[in-house]
Design a protein around this ligand. Sequence first.
Ligand code: MCA
Ligand code: AMP
Length: 495
Amino acid sequence: MANPLYDRLFGAHAGRQDVFLQVPGQGDWSYDAFLRRTAQVAHALVAMDLAPGDRVAIQVDKSPEALALIAACVQAGVILLPLNTAYTVAELTYFVDNSGARLVVAGDAARDGIADATGVRVETLNGDGSGTLMAAADNQPETFGTVPRDADDLAAFLYTSGTTGRSKGAMLSQGNLLSNAETLADYWRFTADDVLLHALPIFHTHGLFVACNVTLLAGGRLVFLPKFDVDAMIAAMPSCTTLMGVPTFYTRLLDDPRFDRDLVAHMRLFVSGSAPLLAETHERFAGRTGHRILERYGMTETNMNTSNPYDGDRRAGTVGFPLPGVELRVCDADGAEVPVGEIGTIEVRGPNVFLGYWQMPEKTAAELRDDGFFITGDLGHVDADGYVTIVGRGKDLIISGGLNIYPKEIESVLDDVPGVLESAVIGVPDADFGEAVLGVLVPEAGVNLDVDAAMAVVREQLARFKHPRRLEVVDALPRNTMGKVQKNVLREMFE
Ligand code: MCA
Ligand code: AMP
């Protein structure tokens, strides 16, 4: 095939007049209309001098046009770099510099700041479909000669934070994305009759490469909500067959009495992932609706690794079995496999596993073994029936509402606040987000710390979702004999 990802996800639907995208309150897009817009945007990208292999950083609100831009990148062989809309200009500048992006597409509000900070060409695309990129696409032809690509060619960079230092660009190939979408569409029995209620952002693996790609591959329909909102979810549910969400979606839905058995009796499938779904939530959901949520486990670097079965026992608190084609082992620190049932680090290998971190060969070598297994950093075990359970994380990571937050990044900002001697950032249990960020500050001798001023510094530099919900001041951080900060002690103190 000429461009496997484009051909299978998009090209296969050429000329179809039935609805692909429904935006409540804003109208429908047929497959045909969507693909014609995609071709126009691909022409616009080429007219802006983008060549196959170039990178485009995309920080835009969710909209049909935003998805058309993503499809256009695939059609033009351009590598897409989807970015969280919450990122500040300071955060974004790093991604643009590091990736060597030749074009940034952002909303009107961020345009000037980004252009000044990066020096890279910026075009706009707003949630209402307006902006300079779309204006440039308007008069372009509605067909585009799809650029040939191989399965090994890069399709996307997704930036993922690390325990140390700056974010790394995970390089995902066409083959990584396509193979995983094929496996999932088959495993979860997606067909052209499926209508997926889409309320996730489209700048992460879950909302983009799982939800959109699986639906596209099956030729189904997306009901596209700009973001998660309980009222909008309940209003849209009757016309949908499937939902994919993070655990916060499910706890928020359960908190609403309108979310009941009648509302979802017609639904085919509820999928959860990106963060642990409490067994208690799984059971409460089953009791209320009669549906067992299907929990699966993935990562930015690997797409999806495991899933509970479609038929058969969806076991609460587990993430199911390795997907077909994915090998999973549980290892000790030396990479030796541990016996069944014992806890170790989860490693995975398969066509889903990324090609490495962009221009970071040492980091790639540290996480990808010579035999192709990727060291996930998640701690887990496999039981005698083959179900995988994740019990924790070896990496110092907080997952809040399905978004990953690395304490180190926030600590670096807090440590630079005048009057702060040192800081530690931890995750504490949160009923809504699963975990919430808490910062602990140690003042320099004799300083009376102004916590509000410290928060102001954080606000300026970091995206809102990373902001500590609380800052606490202590005289000293608890340390072990090696001098390492004991975060478990802090967690016990502030839980
Ligand atoms: C919003 N805020 C958050 C979060 N989201 N703070 C911490 N964690 C968050 N996740 C901020 C808002 O800016 C707001 O700030 C305040 O918290 C309350 O916002 P609220 O209106 O309650 O939040 P929301 O807008 O309703 O969003 C919550 C959400 C959303 C629906 C859970 O964060 C979401 O859609 N999360 C999904 C993330 C995702 O797609 N993860 C997949 C990653 P203020 O009060 O100042 O206004 S891919 C992945 O993990 C792997 C590959 C996998 O396995 O899938
Ligand atoms: P990221 O690579 O940033 O998208 O985040 C991936 C991480 O999310 C994994 O390494 C896990 O720690 C976590 N994760 C994803 N799905 C699940 C799940 N179903 N249960 C527990 N943790 C999960």
